[in-house]
Design a protein around this ligand. Structure first.
Ligand SMILES: Nc1ncnc2c1ncn2[C@@H]1O[C@H](COP(=O)(O)OP(=O)(O)OP(=O)(O)O)[C@@H](O)[C@H]1O
Length: 341
């Protein structure tokens, strides 16, 4: 699903690589936390998966595609399989909740009828069905993040990338957001989330990949938030394969039950809750992922290296994978907004 082979990322003008010879494999259906100190390389990892940055050396495969071989013209099509959520929400301030979510589908040319069905379904799933006509500044931080999540999942992505999605939220609101992400994952979507929040990682007990100064120092199947005292664990692909639920991404139309419940209703983030949600959604089991080679090691042979050019500057629609670089650029939609509270 996502594979890094000996990936090094060095930004122009820096002396030390942001990521140094990273080997990593994430299977379909996994929920993975990326943790580590500020500057350890978490966001760089996510940007590489999104092909917003290119590796200096090494190769990256996402959804079976070698990112090094995807042309700039094809990047928006590739990104349609990925949903992205950021710490600062990045909603369009002059658009309603409905229009923020519909925007994703409009840009990729979905029909009006499809949009009119998919947007309310998705808003219901994230617990915002009564707020479709509000503007971002009329919402709480948690509600704004749920709009951002609705926008990220309305196109039924196979992978959801979240860069510190709870970083601007209080603990209770964060719990609600994590419940929502957990339930999206229970529907088969692979989730990769960078976070600094120890309590969330400790509570969820999911796969934890810890970075330190651009290298992986821990990859644990059911981990908590680590300290540097935690020993390095080389997780073999066979154990990761066993952890991955054999599910496929669930079409929005079949997941119209609310995935979000206000946390004050004692909605705990638990595996049991996710299992119940998955059952309620009647997830169709997909064939299990083929077993990975039983090497038991995170280290792979060094592949031929390729030098990539500096990436182009992209607007919001382009970063979200909705539009090609420079394609049909509507400036009225280009503005982004952070938290309004
Ligand atoms: N565009 C850039 N140009 C130059 N250096 C960069 C760029 N982006 C990131 N870096 C550097 O790469 C390293 C890793 O940064 P990255 O943002 O991936 O870390 P992070 O773990 O996500 O940090 P944080 O938790 O603070 O968000 C840092 O040293 C950072 O200064």
């Amino acid at each position: 699903m996502i594979r890094f082979d000996h990936v090094t990322k060095k930004y122009p003008g820096t002396t030390r690589p942001a990521l140094n010879a990273i080997d990593l494999e994430i299977l379909r259906g996994e929920f993975v936390f990326l943790i580590g100190a500020s500057g350890s390389g978490k966001s760089s990892c996510l940007r590489l998966v999104l092909k917003e940055e290119k590796p200096s050396t090494g190769s990256i495969h996402v959804l079976g595609q070698d990112l090094g071989t995807i042309s700039n013209r094809k990047i928006p099509y590739f990104r349609r399989n990925l949903g992205v959520v950021f710490q600062d929400f990045r909603l369009l301030p002059n658009k309603t909740v409905y229009d923020n979510v519909a925007f994703t589908l409009q840009v990729i040319g979905k029909s009006r009828g499809y949009i009119q069905e998919a947007v309310p379904d998705t808003l219901k799933m994230v617990g915002l069905d009564g707020k479709a006509q509000r503007y971002p500044h009329e919402l709480s931080g948690g509600e704004q993040q749920r709009v951002a999540i609705a926008r990220a999942i309305v196109n039924k992505p196979q992978v959801l990338l979240a860069d510190e999605p709870t970083g601007n939220l209080d603990p209770t609101t964060s719990t609600g957001i994590m419940t929502l992400l957990e339930r999206i994952n229970a529907g088969g979507t692979t989730v990769m989330m960078a976070t600094h929040e120890a309590a969330i990682v400790d509570q969820m007990q999911r796969r934890v990949i810890e970075l330190s100064a651009g290298t992986i120092v821990r990859d644990e199947r059911h981990g908590g938030y680590a300290t540097s005292a935690v020993p390095i664990l080389a997780v073999g692909p066979e154990s990761v394969a066993a952890a991955a639920p054999a599910t496929s991404a669930v079409p929005t139309s079949t997941m119209s039950q609310p995935l979000y419940v206000e946390p004050e209703f004692n909605d705990e983030v638990t595996d049991a809750a996710a299992a119940v949600t998955a059952a309620a959604q009647a997830v169709q089991p997909a064939p299990a992922a083929p077993p990975a080679p039983m090497t038991g090691s995170m280290i792979r042979p060094l592949l031929p290296v390729a030098r990539h050019e500096v990436p182009e500057q992209l607007g919001l629609a382009e970063k979200l994978g909705l539009r090609g670089p420079g394609e049909n650029n509507d400036q009225s939609n280009a503005q982004e907004v952070g938290p309004t509270k």
